[in-house]
Design a protein around this ligand. Structure first.
Ligand code: XUL
Ligand code: CO
Length: 438
């Protein structure tokens, strides 16, 4: 098979001083940080849809990038050319994982039986192409938002017939995920929500979504899928309101329907900011609930109110994200670049520059997060901040061995409250800057 990304070498670590645009300045795969190799902390993944599919088409204009890879789009030859391109791309960057939707892999046929046959064929080809490499699936999913049949939702659809198609797609995407060695299976509920409550029975729809997830767990376990199911929260877009609004909402849903043992969160940075949260907030809420699973690594634009899916570049954000991930003991999944080149960045070189930017940004974030933890000043401050709970009445509150009566008596005894102490926000922010820029 001939080379697709001609003239682009294997991208290697050359260190911070390097002016070679096709090199890593911070991502040094084998370097050990806090006892683990960088590559194993980060588990970078390529999103099949953006990297091999998105050509820059938007509401106002046609594509700007050529992603035909020498074949006619919409054919199985093209689907296979995408495999060739994807494998060469991942090898050149040293990326070991990919994520896919069913219809990213093959063109969808009118009849689902034919789509499934194409998936069997393509997955054989993909396995053959990755044989002898470390390249494998991070997670798979079913696209249950593109086909017009899902206009009223998939698990949440008003139509039992459409629900069958959703179930069929989940079943096949699970088969594919297992066949391709995936560690996870994602539910992103793109159309699982509503446009108006005037036509929507929210409780009915949520029960149906939970039932679909339950059947997915049962089926997945029956075919030997021992990985993790993920919900990827997003508050809006394409729907006005999506049920998996944010991590707290999705975790509540999973607990209500008894799905919390099999599921964790797949947190996407741009979805967090759409929900009015920081990326760090969503990671923290997931982590403290034992629900931090995987990450869709990208960034939004604070000036825009939609999902721009830009490659991560902001080191403050990647540092605070990796700080949360390190504190949580790592991810069961990885960092999937659910990110796409800007429309005018339309060459093959730009595809590589984008991944180099994203991988270096997270590698630097990892290094800085480890330094922040090893520095210890932030942790020491937090410990000190809650010190009044270490003994006396504070300890009793933590142990649950007191009562309103006893606490009120204690307040009476004190008469006027002691000062709670400074929050020292500016001091802490200056420590982060110190670690980032010293
Ligand atoms: C959409 C999005 C999806 C999911 C997978 O905003 O993030 O690509 O990651 O369906
Ligand atoms: Co995503």
């Amino acid at each position: 098979m001939s080379e697709i990304f001609k003239g682009i070498p294997e991208i290697r670590y050359e260190g911070p001083g390097s002016k070679n645009p096709l090199s890593f300045r911070y991502y040094d795969a084998e370097k050990v940080v806090m006892g683990k190799k960088m590559k194993d902390h980060l588990n970078f993944a390529m999103a099949w849809w953006h990297n091999l599919g998105a050509n820059g088409v938007d509401m106002f204009g046609r594509g700007t990038a050529d992603k035909s890879f020498g074949a006619e789009p919409g054919t199985m030859e093209h689907a296979k050319a995408k495999v060739d391109a994807g494998v060469e791309f991942m090898k050149k960057l040293g990326i070991e994982y990919y994520c896919f939707h069913d219809v990213d892999l093959v063109p969808e046929a009118d009849d689902i039986k034919e789509t499934n046959r194409r998936l069997d064929d393509l997955s054989d080809y993909l396995l053959e192409k990755t044989k002898g490499t470390n390249i494998r699936c991070l997670w798979g999913t079913a696209n249950m938002f593109g086909n017009p049949r899902f206009m009223n939702g998939a698990g949440s659809t008003n139509s039992a017939d459409v629900y069958c198609f959703a179930a069929a797609q989940v079943k096949k995407a699970l088969d594919m995920t297992v066949k391709l060695g995936g560690k996870g299976y994602v539910f992103w509920g793109g159309r699982e929500g509503y446009e108006t409550l005037l036509n929507t029975d929210v409780k009915f729809e949520q029960e149906n979504i939970a039932a679909l997830m339950k059947m997915a767990v049962e089926y997945g376990r029956s075919i030997g899928f021992d990985g993790t199911f993920f919900i990827e929260p997003k508050p809006k877009e394409p729907m006005k309101h999506q049920y998996d609004f944010d991590a707290a909402t999705a975790i509540g849903f999973l607990r209500q329907y008894g799905l919390d043992k099999d599921f964790k969160m797949n947190i996407e940075a741009n979805h967090a900011t759409l929900a009015g949260h920081t990326f760090q907030h969503e990671l923290r809420i997931s982590a403290i609930n034992g629900m931090l699973g995987s990450v869709d690594a990208n960034t939004g634009d604070t000036l825009l109110g939609w999902d721009t899916d830009e490659f991560p570049y902001n080191i403050y954000d990647t540092t605070m994200a990796m700080y949360e991930i390190l504190k949580a003991g790592g991810l069961v999944g990885g960092l999937n670049f659910d990110s796409k080149n800007r429309r005018p960045s339309n060459t093959y070189e730009d595809m590589f520059y984008a991944f180099i930017l994203g991988m270096d940004s997270f590698a630097l974030g990892l290094t800085k997060a480890a330094e922040l933890i090893e520095d210890g000043r932030v942790d020491a401050f937090i410990k000190e901040r809650y010190a009044s709970y270490n003994d006396g009445i504070g300890k009793k509150i933590r142990e649950g061995s007191t009562s309103l009566k006893e606490l009120a008596a204690k307040a009476d005894e004190m008469g006027a409250p002691a000062t709670p102490g400074s929050g020292r926000q500016e001091y802490l922010q200056s420590i982060v800057n110190d670690v980032l820029f010293h």
